[in-house]
Design a protein around this ligand. Structure first.
Ligand code: GLN
Length: 484
């Protein structure tokens, strides 16, 4: 599926294509390369065809053909769906079927999107490579020897492999922005609370946010608009209606760049940064400037505390959220004489090692006598990180940083947990502060398909500004990205 969501939707609306035809093209593309990529955990071609035929029948009967009507969208497998399993990439939810659709899934069905399968992820969204799925890794469509990033690696790969134009993921500390960067596409985490988390299986509730993958910024804006809240059943969901993100993009994308103040945080260009990433992002800065934006140097000295703060908060919340998988309420059950034995047999056998590590560390950090020193302290640092961003935004409209410290690494290259956590160096800050952030390819490797990406960050609730700035730099960079 090489077409953009916008072009496909137009073709369906004008009757130039049936949705069944779109479905066949999608399934053909998947059949061709899925054996190599392994983007999906669940994909039933018969279901996709039946859904397409139902949508075509609806269209013939006069159903409204909105901006996503007939457009294929893949869903990360931590979003609940009543007509397909939801496993979170874990054995502990093998075969589990949720009794309800996630809020975002309801919205996509209402919009007439063609739902295409559930995508692979690191178990319970804990990871940065999609190698920690209990169902085998996903490979990077740009170079199959490398990881696609994670945890939403399946959703990123499905878009990058041209299976679907759009997909949904979740981002707790970088799980949309990092895989989008590794797969050379656009990935956006909206402001915390902009999209309802109802039906997103909880990992770290104060950080989890659903967001979008697309191959261009306009498509990303379209999908975000379709899934954004409000939703009274998620207390953290913003009550105000979302803005019409796609319509708010200027007709000439470059217009968004004139006079835009772009902050470059000194601390996000450390000496350890891969030189190619540094060059790629600095070049993006120069392109901003050439198109009328003003570059401003800003300071974010707490950047170095981002990962420890994120780990403490995320692991503590995960240890509480994952307590519910006890062999009683969900999924398969282990053997044991007493209830306690049955529960520990279930959890011991069916959680993977990274999930166990986080549950143990989180439980420890919340235990009596330690909670103040660890969890409490992390919360205080989080408040200061939030303030630091607010101060930086006094001097600029958006921030520009690298999305990742380096390029996609080969499968199997990162075996120790800490080196995997360090992947999130530039993405956890906006997560802790709840800010909208987007990653976008900005340079290309000569003679290969690999790309380097920058991250743009905007103040709270300025998702529309973030998208406009991203569309501007996307247009200014043009389709042939500079080499790094
Ligand atoms: N890679 C980070 C982690 O392992 C972020 C994951 C995410 O955003 N879900 O926790």
């Amino acid at each position: 599926m090489t077409k953009s969501a916008a072009d496909l939707a137009a073709a369906v609306r004008d009757g130039r294509r049936t949705i069944r035809d779109v479905a066949e093209e999608t399934l053909g593309a998947i059949e061709h390369r899925e054996g190599e990529v392994h983007a999906f955990l669940h994909l039933d071609p018969a279901e996709v065809r039946a859904r397409a035929d139902a949508l075509d029948a609806g269209a013939r009967a006069g159903a409204e053909r909105g901006p996503l009507f007939g457009v294929p969208v893949a869903l990360k497998d931590n979003l609940t769906t009543r007509d397909a399993p939801t496993t979170c990439g874990s054995r502990i939810l093998e075969g589990y079927r949720a009794p309800y659709d996630a809020f975002v899934v309801e919205r996509l069905r209402e919009a007439g999107a063609l739902l295409v399968g559930k995508t692979n992820l690191d178990e319970f969204a804990m990871g940065s490579s999609t190698e920690r799925s209990a169902y085998g890794p996903t490979r990077n469509p740009l170079d199959a020897t490398r990881v696609p990033g994670g945890s939403s690696g399946g959703s990123a790969a499905a878009v990058a492999a041209l299976f679907v134009p759009l997909s949904l993921g979740s981002d707790t500390g970088g799980s949309i922005r990092q895989p989008a960067a590794f797969c050379g596409i656009v990935g956006m985490k909206p402001t915390y609370g902009r999209v309802s988390r109802r039906g997103l299986v909880a990992f770290a509730s104060s950080l989890d946010q659903i967001g979008v993958f697309a191959r261009n910024v306009r498509d990303a804006a379209r999908l975000l608009e379709a899934i954004a809240g409000p939703d009274p059943s998620d207390a953290t969901c913003l009550a105000e209606p979302p803005e019409p993100y796609e319509r708010l993009l200027p007709a000439n994308p470059l217009d968004a760049l004139r006079g835009l103040r772009v902050g470059l945080p000194v601390e996000t260009f450390p000496e350890t940064l891969d030189a190619r990433m540094g060059k790629a992002v600095r070049n993006a800065g120069a392109v901003f400037e050439k198109n009328g934006a003003r570059l401003v140097e800003v300071r974010l000295p707490l950047t170095r505390y981002g990962i420890p703060t994120y780990c403490l908060i995320a692991f503590c919340e995960a240890s509480a959220n994952l307590a519910r998988y006890d062999g009683v309420r969900y999924g398969p059950r282990g053997e044991g004489g007493t209830v306690d034995e049955m529960m520990s047999a279930t959890r011991g056998a069916l959680f993977g090692p990274e999930v166990k590590r986080r549950i143990l560390l989180g439980t420890f950090a919340l235990s009596e006598g330690y909670a103040e020193a660890y969890y409490g302290q992390a919360q205080r640092v989080r408040t200061r990180i939030r303030r630091e961003y607010a101060d930086a935004f006094e001097r600029c409209d958006v921030l520009l940083t690298p999305a990742t410290p380096g390029l996609p690494f080969p499968l199997g290259a990162r075996s120790d947990p800490v080196s995997m956590y360090l992947e999130d160096l530039f993405t956890v800050g906006p997560s802790l502060a709840g800010l909208p952030a987007l990653s976008l390819p900005c340079a290309q490797e000569a003679g290969s398909k690999l790309r380097a990406a920058c991250q743009l960050i905007a103040p709270l609730r300025h998702d529309a500004r973030l998208l406009a700035a991203a569309a501007g730099i996307e247009a200014a960079l043009g389709p042939n990205l500079p080499a790094y």
